[in-house]
Write a protein that binds this ligand. Structure first.
Ligand code: NAP
Length: 275
């Protein structure tokens, strides 16, 4: 498990719109700096987002701040061209390239990005352990959503799971996250607000256009539509009051939403009524 004082309960995802035209570089930088000002120390990114652009933006924005202010998680296994390769050699190359883009000599958490159970091979696990020994990574984790996480839990080598935490979870998925936590893994929630109700109407920002394009892409691929969920504040409160959930990484393109999310988490931590 990663010490709970190592990262903030609210994480900021530098992904999606922050890896391309959905948010300009200036907006991504301003939001990262605002997040730090509002107590966020946990940043999540990965090489697959915008062919490395998200990592470059995060690295450049953090470079202007004191290093101790950030806990940086990145991923490996889905590569900048979008192809999957969990071989030990590919993961090593991916980590080395991520460190260059992030302008760091280590990452705080390296997450395997959606590996199948049989892709977590002994050879890969030995290589990951060697990275840790060399100080290139502090902690190891797996990002996923289903039964492959059972193998990650049982291997006993990972420090963290990143997985959806929202009110649409099946009881079996909740049981898995509880088991992960009681087996000593930190649980980092994603998709906490993915089904949150949004104001209807035409897109009002570049970020909105990005979300709309993603929705259309999903429809064309015939993916099941995201279920409508509770408002964002209720969704975030629900996730962070699950006893198994250590942190929730949220994506936003709006300073006002970041401020609202940070205030809610600050109120929860202080035991005050939440907005
Ligand atoms: N989803 C995945 O498959 C996946 C996989 C690996 C890692 N992750 C990590 O998880 C992070 C979160 O992404 P997610 O896909 O799980 O999305 P999410 O954070 O659950 O939801 C993001 C959506 O919520 C909206 N939002 C945020 N705060 C809000 C507020 N206070 N009020 C109203 N709406 C609000 C955002 O819109 P605005 O921009 O308008 O605020 C955006 O449309 C990613 O950035 C990444 O770091 C996700």
């Amino acid at each position: 498990m990663i010490g709970t004082d190592s990262f903030s309960r609210l994480g900021f995802g530098v992904t999606g719109p922050h890896a391309g035209l959905g948010a300009g570089r200036g907006m991504t930088t301003r939001l990262i700096h605002q997040a730090v000002d509002q107590g966020v120390t946990f940043f999540d990114t990965g090489p697959a987002y915008g062919k490395g652009e998200a990592e470059r933006r995060l690295g450049a924005a953090l470079k202007r701040l004191p290093r101790r202010s950030a806990f940086v998680a990145t991923k490996a296994g889905i590569h900048p061209g979008g192809y999957r390769d969990f071989s030990a050699g590919a993961i090593e190359m991916s980590l080395r390239d991520s460190l260059k883009r992030l302008q760091r000599d280590h990452v705080d958490l390296l997450l395997l990005h959606g590996p199948a159970a049989d892709e977590m091979t002994d050879k890969l696990l030995r290589r990951l352990d060697a990275f840790r020994e060399r100080g290139m990574i502090r902690h190891l984790g797996v990002c996923g959503r289903d039964a492959e996480l059972d193998r990650a839990i049982s291997l006993g080598v990972f420090d963290a799971l990143m997985a959806p935490v929202n009110q649409s979870l099946e009881p079996s998925q909740i049981e898995r996250l509880e088991r992960a936590r009681s087996s000593g893994l930190s649980v980092i929630g994603i998709e906490t607000m993915a089904g949150a109700r949004r104001a209807s109407g035409p897109p009002a920002s570049r970020g909105d256009l990005w979300y709309l394009a993603r929705q259309i892409k999903r429809r064309l691929r015939r993916d099941p539509p995201a279920e409508a969920g509770p408002p964002a504040s209720e969704a975030l409160r629900w996730a962070l009051t699950r006893p198994f959930c250590d942190s929730a990484v949220c994506l936003t393109t709006r300073p006002a939403h970041l401020a609202a999310n940070a205030s809610l988490v600050a109120a929860l931590e202080a035991g005050e009524p939440t907005p």
